[in-house]
Design a protein around this ligand. Structure first.
Ligand SMILES: Nc1nc2c(ncn2[C@@H]2O[C@H](COP(=O)(O)OP(=O)(O)OP(=O)(O)O)[C@@H](O)[C@H]2O)c(=O)[nH]1
Ligand SMILES: [Mg+2]
Length: 444
């Protein structure tokens, strides 16, 4: 997710925390790089310019260049600005009971799949409190014959009720569905709607009639992140004709540039509630502007990773990671633990992006296998080090490198590469610690 921008940004910032510290002389250049990256990620030009200009005026206003650590201050400031851009600290907390939830969007944007994901999410939330929601799915998509069947299949899969309207006019069908929902005393009604290839007046008219009859508490806009800036125009058209509360951006797992997500909040002034990152019902992530901003900067997203990992790791392991991260100093042992987490969580691609400094690691889906091998090799190398070397990696000089390489059956370059990776990760952890990003992270 957002790999394109994460790669660009983490390059810029790795440079800034390394040799090329931020100075008056290179400020314009760095701002230019940020702006170019945004534009290359398909953020509208005006939005990219605005963001860069705001950052610049804050850098000058807050005298960042004259501070003790201009680079770190700059990254912090950029992070905060990005976070505001993406929606500040508001997070979607859940649907009120009872609720009608109307799901809209263009054809193939992921409406039907998203309904199943949302119901699954709402059930998960309830089950944490020992409860269960009574949920009804229904569709008024009479344009594509298989559409309603698809929803029925998904209803079975996520174990909720499904109702097929007798009426075939979408507006009448919506009324019929609504009566069934009320009579059944359901808590949530998810209403799936038809999508077209393009925004058209009839479609919007129909939705607006359904809207005025059902008066849904939630109108959700499903947007395909692959469609780039066009999706912003789609959202605007829906907003003007029907209105909506918030959006769900789908297909963030694909090769999307991600610019539309970045600009969505700024252009529409509405929240992104969720992000879809896969085809399965569990592939839904809540949208946290703060975490995304951190992730975009190449600082990973340990919080989300930890939440995902919760039930997969022993408490002792979690506490160990917590201590290391909170101290702001990691050793090669901690690094090795991080790698363990990656392998335990399964798919390398899905995990790597959450780890500080590793998001830039070259692991495209095709290379996942190679990445897995790399991790195995890293672990073999680390295991042929002495404990002292693992705890104080600074002492690993050329002759130690040679011994380690020999022990692990790898080349000296491989040992070198591992140490580079580790140092990068350690640098990010140090930075995160300085920014206070580990506070409350591990309290579930
Ligand atoms: N990779 C990926 N695929 C997704 C995601 N969300 C949906 N899809 C896929 O996108 C395709 C279209 O999804 P649907 O849920 O049928 O889309 P829809 O908006 O209901 O489509 P229509 O009913 O035809 O308008 C399906 O193949 C889904 O599996 C996602 O987050 N990631
Ligand atoms: Mg559909």
């Amino acid at each position: 997710m957002f790999k394109f921008l994460t790669d660009k940004f983490s390059n810029i910032f790795t440079n800034l925390t390394g040799k090329n510290k931020l100075t008056e002389a290179n400020l314009e250049q760095v701002l230019g790089q940020i702006k170019d990256s945004l534009i290359a990620a398909d953020v509208p030009l005006a939005v990219a310019e605005q963001l860069a200009a705001q950052v610049k005026s804050e850098v000058i206003g807050q005298k960042v260049l004259k501070s003790l650590n201009p680079s770190e201050q700059f990254i912090q400031l950029f992070h905060d600005r990005l976070k505001e851009f993406l929606g500040g600290s508001a997070t979607f907390t859940g649907f009120q009971i009872p609720s009608v939830i109307l799901v809209m969007g263009l054809q193939g944007s992921g409406k039907t799949t998203t309904i199943a994901k949302l119901a699954n999410w709402a059930q998960g939330l309830a089950s944490k409190k020992g409860k269960q929601r009574s949920i009804l799915f229904a569709s008024v998509d009479f344009y594509r014959p298989a559409a309603i069947d698809q929803l029925e299949v998904l209803a079975k899969q996520v174990n909720v009720n499904f109702y097929r309207a007798q009426q075939t006019d979408p507006v009448f069908a919506a009324q019929e569905v609504y009566r069934y929902f009320q009579k059944g005393g359901y808590e949530y009604l998810f209403l799936d709607t038809a999508g077209r290839m393009h925004v058209d007046d009839q479609m919007l008219q129909e939705l607006s009639e359904i809207n005025s009859i059902l008066n849904p508490k939630y109108k959700l806009m499903v947007l395909d992140s692959m469609t780039g800036q066009e999706s912003l125009r789609v959202a605007q058209a829906f907003d003007q004709a029907v209105g909506f509360n918030g959006a769900i951006l789908t297909k963030m797992d694909s090769e999307t540039l991600g610019g539309s997500a970045l600009a969505f909040r700024y252009v529409l002034q509405k929240s992104i509630y969720f992000v879809g990152n896969g085809e399965k019902v569990e592939d839904l992530e809540q949208f946290h502007a703060d975490r995304l901003a951190t992730r975009l900067l190449g600082l990973g997203d340990l919080q989300t990773l930890m939440e995902r990992a919760q039930d997969k790791f022993k408490l002792a392991d979690q506490e160990k990671s917590m201590k290391a991260f909170e101290s702001g100093r990691i050793t090669l042992e901690d690094f090795s633990n991080q790698l363990d987490m990656v392998s335990k969580l399964g798919s390398l691609n899905k995990v790597i992006q959450y780890l500080p400094g590793l998001s830039g690691m070259n692991v495209s889906p095709e290379m996942a296998e190679k990445g897995d091998l790399e991790i195995k090799r890293f672990k073999v190398i680390i295991s042929s080090m002495t404990r002292k070397e693992r705890l104080t990696p600074q002492i690993i000089n050329a002759s130690r490198q040679q011994r380690i390489a020999k022990g692990a059956g790898v080349k000296v370059q491989d040992v070198n590469y591992l140490i580079q990776r580790f140092e990068e990760s350690a640098q990010f952890v140090k930075l995160l610690k300085k920014q206070g990003r580990f506070q409350n992270m591990f309290k579930f």
